[in-house]
Write a protein that binds this ligand. Structure first.
Ligand SMILES: C[S@@+](CC[C@H](N)C(=O)[O-])C[C@H]1O[C@@H](n2cnc3c(N)ncnc32)[C@H](O)[C@@H]1O
Length: 309
């Protein structure tokens, strides 16, 4: 750096030599170097001691969420199922809820008349699903288990289902495409496959770094991040959508969704085209789509398994 003579040494800061980073340039750079950036992130993780599994404690967040469960939220969850599956009721249908989390959607499907089987990898999420069942449907034959969608031996015991529902789950397994394939295998011919997967955007890799940092940080850093991101995301959603960010759909709540957004790790993502192509090869045709409000939110997609002639 050059310095000018004067009373004090002043660095020359000629505007033309200052780096100008526009979002467009950043997007192009990330698009062109995506593989290298993933490699770099991986190298950073390993060098900082990320050889052990880094996972977000989903179940703890769901346990807190359940404290605010209400009839209104259950109805919102029911409406989300009805509108995406394009059905007024689910009577007589067998539904598999993979990664049931709070259990809210299993409960909603049960109330709409379906026979439910739910499982989740996280013990605390399983406990949440059991709790919501005890509270709202104690006498039902809704089946709840602990299991992983990546465990093929575990999945073998299940027959195929009329509807396989896995909302916001398969991208958190650490092996998204394998998880999608395993879940899709459990759909009956003419059955529906309802998934939600984080949208691929040039900022996705930045979220990946944020989520990893969150999960490897001590609790005081996590709570600071919770507060800072709550404010940023609130303002961002308010300005970009013109809607009240506190009024979420699907019976969710803003506070717990923000924690899930900054913490949800492992984290992968896919574009709508990538998902359509992957599933078309396995006989699925997309019948419904709901895009997220933000760039990197979840695309909600419903596919039907078209029987082979
Ligand atoms: C973001 S939550 C979504 C919960 C619920 N589906 C909903 O829509 O509210 C993701 C859930 O996926 C579960 N999960 C993560 N990996 C899994 C795996 N390999 N098998 C089954 N569930 C898994 C997590 O424990 C968590 O409860």
């Amino acid at each position: 750096m050059e310095y000018s003579r004067g009373r004090f040494l002043q660095p020359h800061t000629h505007p033309s030599i200052l780096p100008t980073i526009s979002p467009e340039k950043a997007r192009k750079f990330i698009d062109q170097n995506e593989a290298e950036l993933h490699f770099l992130l991986l190298a950073i993780y390993i060098s900082m001691g990320d050889s052990k599994e880094t996972r977000f404690a989903f179940g703890q967040n769901w346990a807190d969420f359940l404290k605010g469960i209400s009839e209104e939220r259950i109805l919102d969850a029911e409406n989300s199922l009805k509108s995406m599956l394009a059905r007024e009721e689910l009577k007589g249908l067998q539904i598999l809820d993979i990664g049931s989390g709070s259990g809210l959607f299993s409960l909603a499907a049960h109330r709409l008349g379906a026979q439910i089987t739910s499982f989740d990898y996280d013990k605390d999420s399983v406990a949440c699903t059991q709790k919501i069942k005890e509270q709202f449907a104690p006498d039902s034959n809704w089946q709840i288990e602990e299991g992983s969608v990546l465990d093929q031996a575990y999945l073998e015991k299940f027959q195929q289902f009329d509807v396989v529902y896995s909302w916001g789950v398969l991208h958190h397994t650490g092996s998204m495409w394998q998880a999608i394939m395993n879940a899709a295998d459990k759909v009956k011919p003419r059955g529906q496959f309802f998934i939600a997967i984080y949208n691929k955007h040039w900022t996705s890799i930045i979220w990946k770094g944020i989520k990893w940092f969150y999960n490897t940080s001590p609790s005081f850093v996590k709570s600071t991040m919770n507060q800072v991101f709550t404010l940023i995301i609130f303002l961002w959603l308010l300005v970009s959508t013109g809607r009240n960010p506190l009024k979420l759909e699907r019976g969710m709540d803003f506070k717990h969704d923000v924690i899930d957004w900054i913490g949800g790790y492992p984290y992968e993502y896919a574009s709508i085209d990538e998902l359509d192509q992957f599933l078309a090869k396995r006989g699925f045709k997309r019948t419904n789509l709901k895009k997220p409000y933000g760039w990197t939110g979840c695309n909600e997609l419903v596919y039907t398994l078209v029987p082979q002639k």
